[in-house]
Design a binder for this molecule. Structure first.
Ligand code: ACM
Ligand code: ZN
Length: 546
C-alpha cells in the first residue's frame, strides 16, 4: 500500500505541473497568467519559424537536445514553411516558435494550451529568454546531467508576456587578479544566460596581470601576463613566490565572444587606463613616466605608477592595442576603466607637465590640472574608438572635470556617479558597491566566510537596490541598466568564484529585469530556497546556502 501511494505521488509530481510554477520563475516575468489544463512537452515536436536566423535556430536545437536528454523522449526540431498559416488553421501541435517583428528586442510571449505551446519573439534574445522561462517551469532535471527514462513532463496552460526593464543587464569578471580558464568563463556565461543577463564585462588588464594577447605587442603575453608571486592572505609584506599568470589567445577570446553571443550576451572588454597599467609597463617600460623598471604587482591595491600620457608614443600604444581589441569584440562598447588613477607621477613628470601647459590646463579649485589631463586622455581615446565605430564606457571617475559628450559612465562608488551622469546628460550603468560588489562578504564581518576583501552585501541587500532612486523622471532614460562586479583579489578557485556569484546574481537578475511592481523580496527568497537552489544544484554550481 505504502509503495503504491509513494509511486502515485511520484507520478503525480512528474505529470502534474507544479503548483505555483509561474511564481517560481526567476527573474519574475512581467505578466504570467495561469489558464486551465496542461500541455505535454516531453517528446513534443518543435517547429521553428524559418524567418529566424541560424543562431536562433541553433539555440532552439540546444534546448531541444537538453529537453530530449533530460526527459528521455526525443523532441525533433524542424523549420517548416507556412508555419504561421498552419497555426492559424489550428493544425499545429507541439512547441511552436514564431517570429514576431512587432515585439520589442528581447521581449517574448508564451501561450501554452493543451494542443500546443507558442512562443513569439523578434530574434535570438527573445527566443532564448522564452526557452529559459520554459526551463524554469520544468522539473529541475532539465538543468542536470541525468538522463531520464521516458519521464512525462507537462507545462501548465498559461499566458506569459515578458520584457526586461533594463537593456544593460551586466555581470563583470576580473580575470586580471586571478585568471579563469575558458571553460570556467563559459560556466559563468551559462549561469548568466539562465537568468537573462546580457552583458559580460570582462576585466582583462590590471596592475597584477595583462590577460589578452595583442599581436602588435608580443611582450604583453610574454612578460606582462606574469607576476613573481602573490601576497598571502591579507599580509601585504608577504609573497608566496609562486610565479602566477597566463593570458587568453585571440582565438580563445573569439571563442568566448561567440559562445556568449549564442546565449544573447555581448562581451564588453575592459582595458583599464591610464591607471592600473603596471603590468603593461613591466613589458614596455617606456610607457611610464619614470621609464621603470617595473614589475607586475604581487600585492593587491592600486599602483601609483601610471601611463605617461605626456608622451605621444603612449597613445600609439593605446591605439594599436585598442584597434586589436575592437576587432575581437563586436559589441558597441569598449570599457576604458579610468578608475583610481593616482596623479602623483604626472605632477612630477616633465612630459606630462609640458602637455598640461600646452593644453592650458589649470587647477581651478574644483579639479586639478592633472584631473583635466585625464579628461584629455579619455576624450582622445573616445575619439579614436569612434573612428572604429565604438563607444566608450568608463568608471565614474571619468566624470571628474569635463567629460566629453557621448561617453557612458559606470557608477561604482555608490550611485552618486550614476545620478550625476544622468543629470548631466550622460548615459550610465548602475553598479554601486553598496549593492553590487560581489567580492564583498555575504555575512556580517565575514563571519564564517572564506577570506575576502571586506564589505557586506547579502542577497537581500542586492535585491533591495532601486536603480532609479534619486534620478529625476526626465533623466531616467539615461540609466541603461544595472551590473554587479566580481573582483578577484581574494578569489582564486572556481568554487569560491561561484560561491561569491551565487545566489546574489539571481537577486541582481530581478533588479535588472523586473519592474518595481513585480519585485517581492518574500516571494524571491522563498523561490530561491525552494526552486533556485535545486536548479543550481542540478546545474552543478557552488553557491551560498543562505
Ligand atoms: C573599481 O572598483 N575600482 C571600479
Ligand atoms: Zn609622464
Amino acid at each position: 500500500m505504502k509503495f503504491w501511494l509513494t509511486t502515485l505521488l511520484l507520478c503525480l509530481s512528474l505529470v502534474c505541473a507544479r503548483a505555483g510554477v509561474l511564481d517560481d520563475i526567476v527573474p519574475h516575468p512581467a505578466k504570467a497568467e495561469l489558464l486551465k489544463g496542461s500541455f505535454r512537452i516531453s517528446g513534443a515536436a518543435i517547429k521553428c519559424d524559418p524567418a529566424f536566423d541560424a543562431a536562433t535556430v541553433e539555440a532552439v536545437s540546444r534546448f531541444a537536445a537538453r529537453l530530449s536528454y533530460a526527459c528521455g523522449k526525443t523532441s525533433p526540431v524542424s523549420t517548416p514553411l507556412g508555419l504561421r498559416d498552419a497555426l492559424a488553421g489550428g493544425k499545429v501541435k507541439g512547441l511552436v516558435i514564431l517570429h514576431d517583428g512587432s515585439l520589442a528586442d528581447e521581449a517574448y510571449s508564451i501561450l501554452v494550451s493543451p494542443r500546443n505551446a507558442v512562443i513569439r519573439a523578434n530574434g535570438l534574445n527573445g527566443v532564448f529568454y522564452a526557452l529559459e522561462t520554459l526551463r524554469q517551469m520544468l522539473p529541475t532535471a532539465i538543468y542536470g546531467n541525468r538522463q531520464a527514462l521516458k519521464d512525462r513532463w507537462t507545462l501548465p496552460c498559461c499566458l506569459i508576456e515578458d520584457a526586461p526593464r533594463f537593456a544593460w543587464r551586466g555581470m563583470h569578471l576580473d580575470s586580471a587578479r586571478h585568471i579563469w580558464s575558458i571553460d570556467e568563463v563559459k560556466r559563468y556565461l551559462d549561469v548568466m544566460a539562465m537568468y537573462k543577463l546580457n552583458r559580460f564585462h570582462w576585466h582583462l588588464t590590471d596592475d597584477q596581470g595583462w590577460r589578452i594577447e595583442i599581436k602588435s605587442y608580443p611582450l604583453l603575453s610574454q612578460i606582462a601576463c606574469w607576476r613573481e608571486g602573490t601576497m598571502i592572505g591579507r599580509d601585504f609584506s608577504s609573497n608566496d613566490h609562486i610565479r602566477y599568470g597566463g593570458f587568453y589567445t585571440q582565438d580563445e577570446i573569439r571563442e568566448v565572444v561567440e559562445y556568449a553571443a549564442a546565449r544573447g550576451i555581448t562581451v564588453v572588454p575592459e582595458v583599464d587606463l591610464p591607471g592600473h597599467m603596471l603590468a603593461a609597463m613591466s613589458a614596455y617600460p617606456q610607457l611610464g613616466c619614470t621609464g621603470g623598471p617595473y614589475a607586475a604587482w604581487t600585492i593587491w591595491g592600486v599602483s601609483d605608477q601610471v601611463l605617461c600620457v605626456g608622451k605621444e608614443s603612449t597613445f600609439t600604444f593605446l591605439e594599436r592595442v585598442l584597434a586589436e581589441v575592437a576587432e575581437l569584440f563586436p559589441g558597441e562598447y569598449i570599457h576604458i576603466g579610468g578608475d583610481e588613477c593616482p596623479k602623483d607621477e604626472w605632477k612630477k613628470c616633465p612630459d606630462c607637465q609640458a602637455l598640461i601647459r600646452r593644453l592650458g590646463l589649470k587647477d581651478d579649485g574644483r579639479f586639478t590640472a592633472e584631473q583635466y589631463l585625464q579628461n584629455y586622455v579619455t576624450k582622445r581615446i573616445q575619439d579614436y574608438l569612434a573612428t572604429l565605430g565604438k563607444k566608450v564606457i568608463g568608471w565614474d571617475e571619468i566624470l571628474e572635470g569635463d567629460l566629453a559628450p557621448g561617453a557612458t559612465v559606470m557608477s561604482w562608488r555608490g550611485a552618486a556617479g550614476g545620478r550625476e551622469a544622468a543629470a548631466r546628460g550622460f548615459d550610465a550603468v548602475m553598479a554601486p558597491n553598496s549593492h553590487c560588489y560581489f567580492d564583498y562578504y555575504q555575512a556580517e564581518g565575514g563571519e564564517g566566510e572564506p577570506l575576502g576583501i571586506g564589505g557586506f552585501v547579502p542577497v537581500e541587500k542586492v535585491y533591495s537596490l532601486d536603480p532609479l532612486e534619486g534620478i529625476a523622471p526626465e533623466h531616467a532614460h539615461h540609466i541603461l541598466g544595472v551590473q554587479a562586479n566580481l573582483w578577484t583579489e581574494y578569489i582564486s578557485t572556481p568554487e569560491h568564484l561561484e560561491y561569491m556569484l551565487l545566489p546574489r546574481m539571481l537577486a541582481l537578475s530581478e533588479v535588472q529585469w523586473c519592474s518595481p511592481e513585480r519585485r517581492d523580496a518574500d516571494r524571491f527568497l522563498r523561490v530561491l530556497r525552494e526552486h533556485e537552489f535545486p536548479v543550481l544544484e542540478q546545474a552543478g554550481y557552488n553557491y551560498r546556502h543562505n
